[in-house]
Design a protein around this ligand. Structure first.
Ligand code: KG4
Ligand code: ZN
Length: 359
């Protein structure tokens, strides 16, 4: 079984070929044409510019991934494409291309949720490498530019959102923080690099916890509500801006920037780790998987792994290779693989859904 997957939900034009090996999705090739260099001059993704770049890139990216996988279009058994959430103009390019290919080849087409793809990046395998298979039940922390979610899964393709952000996403917090510090786009990798050489304790950032205050019951006893699994990052961004204002302009030296980046990255990580551990304590998963663009953050990977192992060494902590954390089509192919296995129906009558939810 061979799947050609297409992903164009934001600013990466991507295609990948997956085949089945030993009951798992094996990656044959993955090509990503990044638009970062185009968008960084604007300090963020410009939707119209992204859509136009996808149109230019989509066919060369598909041709190149087929070539790398050494397969022909006629060898493909299933086509798969991200149809949401994302930027509508970007999604449409992938969706219409995939529909045209599936129709002309007379093969099934599987519409995929981008978030499902991020989760399934953890199920990908590659030749010559060992990939531990996540076990159910599992908890996933999905942190990207648009989402911060804790998800519980009892089995394949069933998602229960157990925690979500009430304002910005974790990746957005990195991007906005980098902007406030006068750094480039996307902010995550830049802050992360600076933070490595900074002092994490030079500035103090709050620890965010959305658990409501304890309340007295009718007998006057304090009742503690269940610890919250939800996220909020806008307060940390405000704290960063206020620290920047306190530092007199001339003193925002490279060393101060490094320390601010380190303190800010640590505070974001503390919040993510705190809620992840709460989810582990409540749901007792066999595996804890990290995914999404922010999963490329080395400090988060390390801290989360250490804390989970410390709490319960039997919970397996897994995270994709760096290249499959940020947007790519290999993860879409992996998710499509399980749709095929579970005989989820393919369809041709769907459209791009920019606000698609994880169901
Ligand atoms: O998953 P992704 O590629 O796109 C979305 O689906 O949003 O995630 C992009 C986000 C950006 O906000 C970017 O700043 C963040 O992932 N990111 C990182 C790192 N690499 C990418 N954040 C923190 N540390 C990183 N190393
Ligand atoms: Zn993404």
């Amino acid at each position: 079984m061979k799947i050609l997957a297409i992903e164009t939900s934001c600013d990466e034009t991507a295609a990948a070929v997956i085949k089945e090996e030993k009951g798992r999705p094996l990656l044959l090739s993955s090509v990503v044409a990044s638009q970062i260099n185009i968008h960084k001059i604007y300090g963020g993704v410009v939707p119209e510019v992204a859509a136009r770049a996808h149109i230019e890139n989509i066919i060369p990216v598909i041709s190149s991934t087929l070539k790398k996988a050494k397969v022909k279009l006629t060898d493909i058994d299933y086509f798969a494409v991200t149809y949401g959430p994302g930027l509508v103009g970007s999604l449409v390019v992938g969706v219409e291309t995939a529909k045209a290919l599936a129709l002309s080849m007379d093969k099934p087409l599987i519409p995929l949720n981008h978030l499902e793809g991020h989760i399934y990046a953890n199920f990908l395998t590659e030749k010559g490498k060992v990939f531990e298979e996540p076990k159910f039940p599992l908890v996933c922390l999905l942190v990207s530019g648009g989402h911060s979610l804790l998800i519980y899964m009892k089995d394949h393709l069933g998602y229960k959102v157990i925690g979500e952000t009430r304002d910005d996403a974790a990746g957005e917090a990195f991007d906005k923080g980098a902007k406030a510090l006068g750094l480039g786009y996307p902010g995550g990798p830049i802050i992360s690099k600076l933070a490595e050489k900074g002092d994490r304790y030079a500035f103090s950032f709050p620890t965010i916890d959305l658990t409501p205050e304890p309340k007295k019951d009718k007998d006057g006893f304090l009742v503690h509500p269940e610890p919250s699994l939800d996220f909020s990052f806008s307060g940390l961004k405000t704290a960063l801006i206020s620290e920047i204002k306190k530092v007199k302009k001339g003193k925002l030296t490279p060393a101060t920037k490094r320390n601010l980046a380190a303190g800010y990255e640590s505070a974001i990580t503390r919040h993510l780790v705190q809620n992840s551990l709460r989810a582990v304590k409540k749901y007792h998963p066999k595996s804890f998987i990290l995914s999404g663009g922010v999963a490329a953050n080395r400090y988060l990977r390390r801290t989360l792994n250490d804390e989970i192992v410390k709490y319960d060494p039997d919970v397996r902590f897994l995270v994709p290779d760096f290249s499959y954390c940020t947007d790519n089509a290999a993860m879409i192919g992996a998710a499509a693989f399980y749709h095929v296995k579970k005989k989820r129906s393919s369809k041709n009558s769907f459209s791009a859904e920019p606000n698609l939810k994880l169901k």
